[in-house]
Write a protein of this length. Sequence first.
Length: 210
Amino acid sequence: MQQDSARRSNRERTEATRAALMAAARALFIEKSYAETATPEIVAAAGVTRGALYHHFADKQALFSAVVEQEAAEVAAEIEHATPESESARQALLDGGEAFLSAMATPGRSRLLLLDGPAMLGRAAMDAIDARHSARTLREGLEAAMREGGMKAAPLDAMTALLSAAFDRAALSIESGAAQVDFMETLGALIDGLFPPSKQRVGRQSTGQP
């Protein structure tokens, strides 16, 4: 029993240290950028030793990659929460898109995932992260829409990549002050355009807007 308690305590301390490092790093990466953040600043903000950082992460880039992966996972979780399986595939695409834009409005997230991430990790690494998270949810939604027979058939990977790029561009514009409702209405019309006229409902109505 004591051994189990000790193992649990050690695991909890390890998880707490890792979480502190990631939280401190995220705040500094957003405030100063990845390039301008030094590892001594991170460990000081986290309240841990430099050795603790290198116990958990090979280097600053590995820590940055973990922060980016966590952000991407949180976005995907919000999308999945907003799209219950009881929804039609078309409505799930619309609701998932709106959830994506709302999730990306979290301060600093667009910078981490859409600007600094590709610049620091490379396009291939960011595509792989996206494929595990947001792009995965979009691909699954498109696949479901095609399987239901309502969406026009098209190469799935290409459609996922193009729609994902459109949503990313919308997120950056919204971060710069553009209205989310305007972009969601336009993206909703774009999604509706992938369905036959009988299944379309273009405009504010398609996004749940009055």
